[in-house]
Design a protein around this ligand. Structure first.
Ligand code: FMN
Length: 142
């Protein structure tokens, strides 16, 4: 059974909700969802595919909890690992830096030698309006 580890940073719960919807759409995989504050190296080591999720705050900045993790991301752990990235943002209020956290994490994971899958999932505004997009993202990864 394919092992998937989802690690998210979320301030108001939107990215957490996306993580749960992804999990619910990965039937026949062993999926764990972990707040980045509780992330352990073992969660990466033991997974076939790792999903990182973070919202964007400030002006194009990575969500606070995830930022700390981002700064510690290293190739020893991520080299050759299959990684996909998702996150929430607001394209109306922040068109120039919409979901920039997703782009930054993809860039960092690539620098660490990860095999980044796809362009990342950007969830705009209300999570409820994006459920089918989230489901499609999840199903493509299994
Ligand atoms: C003060 C503030 C700053 C924000 N900055 C950005 C931003 O730079 N880019 C973006 O795409 N969304 C931005 N957003 C929108 C949030 O990313 C969005 O509300 C998201 O759903 C929050 O997800 P979370 O609950 O998982 O933290 C901002 C929202 C607030 C309130």
């Amino acid at each position: 059974m394919k092992k998937i580890s989802i690690i998210f940073g979320s301030t108001t719960g939107n990215t957490e909700r996306v993580a749960e919807i992804i999990k619910d759409n990965m039937a026949e995989c062993e999926v764990t969802v972990t707040d980045v504050c509780n992330a352990k190296d073992e969660m990466i080591k033991s997974a076939d595919t790792v999903l990182f999720g973070a919202s964007t705050w400030g002006y194009g900045e990575i969500q606070d909890d995830f930022l700390e993790y981002y700064n510690s991301m290293k190739s020893e752990l991520l080299s050759a690992k299959d990684v996909a990235v998702f996150g929430c943002g607001d394209s109306v209020g922040f068109s120039d830096v919409y979901c920039r956290a997703v782009d930054l994490i993809i860039e960092k994971a690539s620098e660490c030698g990860a095999n980044v899958i796809g362009e990342g999932l950007k969830v705009d505004g209300d999570v409820d309006d994006n459920v089918s997009k989230i489901e499609a993202f999840a199903k493509e990864l299994v």
